[in-house]
Write a protein that binds this ligand. Sequence first.
Ligand SMILES: NC(=O)c1ccc[n+]([C@@H]2O[C@H](COP(=O)([O-])OP(=O)(O)OC[C@H]3O[C@@H](n4cnc5c(N)ncnc54)[C@H](O)[C@@H]3O)[C@@H](O)[C@H]2O)c1
Length: 343
Amino acid sequence: MTSKTRIAQIGFGYWGPNILRAISSHGDAEIVAVSDNDQEQLAKAGRQFPTAALCTDIDDVIARNDVDAIIVALPAGLHFDVTKKALEAGKHCFVEKPLALTTSDCKTLLGLAARKNVVLMVGHTFEYHGAVRKIKALIDAGEVGEIYSIIAQRMNLRRIRQDVDAMWNLAPHDFSIALYWLNQAMPVSIRAQGFSHLPRPKPLADLTYLTMEFASGAVVHIISSWLSPEKIRKVMLVGSKKMVTYDDVDVESMVQIHDKGVDLSSVVTTDYGEYQTLVRSGDLVIPALRITEPLRIEMYDFVDCIRQGKTPVADGQSGLRVTRILEAASESMARNGAPIKFE
Ligand SMILES: NC(=O)c1ccc[n+]([C@@H]2O[C@H](COP(=O)([O-])OP(=O)(O)OC[C@H]3O[C@@H](n4cnc5c(N)ncnc54)[C@H](O)[C@@H]3O)[C@@H](O)[C@H]2O)c1
């Protein structure tokens, strides 16, 4: 492909401008059109991308012959309808997370993308994060050992959404990180609880707890909250050999590798018949990371996959897996934390 890949974006709210800035620096991408039904946002897009056509009607953008690929950065409830239309029109699609609100809708989108032979990608930004990838390399090299648990917290007091709860908004990132580290294994069971404190017309959980169990024995706990005095973006990985922390807020020592654990060969029985274990507390290593903006790597992957006929790291399947988990977690939440079994 010699000419540039012509991009249109639908949705230019809080996150949309970041996506468009990131993709616009790709030498083979050209921003052709932006759509938003808010005139003020559209005017902002016009100032940032003066040559782009500005449209309030989504259908006008999808119908354009000069658009190869569409970025969907709309509220989650609109992802399915808009992406379906865009895929039907033969456009490559990048959809912000979550891909859609139901497993069945995700499958429809995946089927359409396959039939139209176009790229379908989902905004799982953290699969492109240098820290997450560094930890994946440690796992793959056998340095962490057997994964016992992953404990993720994503909490802050910021934008409280009115369309989805804290889990649907925040946890997709942690699901995609955990699945990426666990080689895309799906859990065997999910339990979730949600708590709603803020007075709103429709109660939506502002604090959610989720537990996923895997056939390997790994357990993943995820806490998502909009009501926290501190911004916490932390994941702890406990393995049989090492323990690793990833703190996205701690720029200086984002990844810490702790040579800590229980020395399994030291499990002995005392004269009194009690078990005794020796806890190992060795060195702490803070690897030097060269972090390139994950969003830029993510958006470049979209353009490169379109141009080279490749499958993105965060492909439609990745979006489907995360929506399956969200759907099961919501079902568990509605049943007050009852476990939902996966086939
Ligand atoms: N990957 C990340 O780290 C990340 C971060 C934030 C948000 N997101 C995702 O990005 C998406 C958008 O989130 P946001 O925070 O930007 O939301 P937002 O509400 O700030 O922006 C959505 C925009 O869509 C426009 N819009 C709504 N309905 C429309 C319609 N029918 N036609 C045209 N325009 C319409 C709104 O005017 C608004 O400007 C969500 O899916 C969210 O989960 C991802």
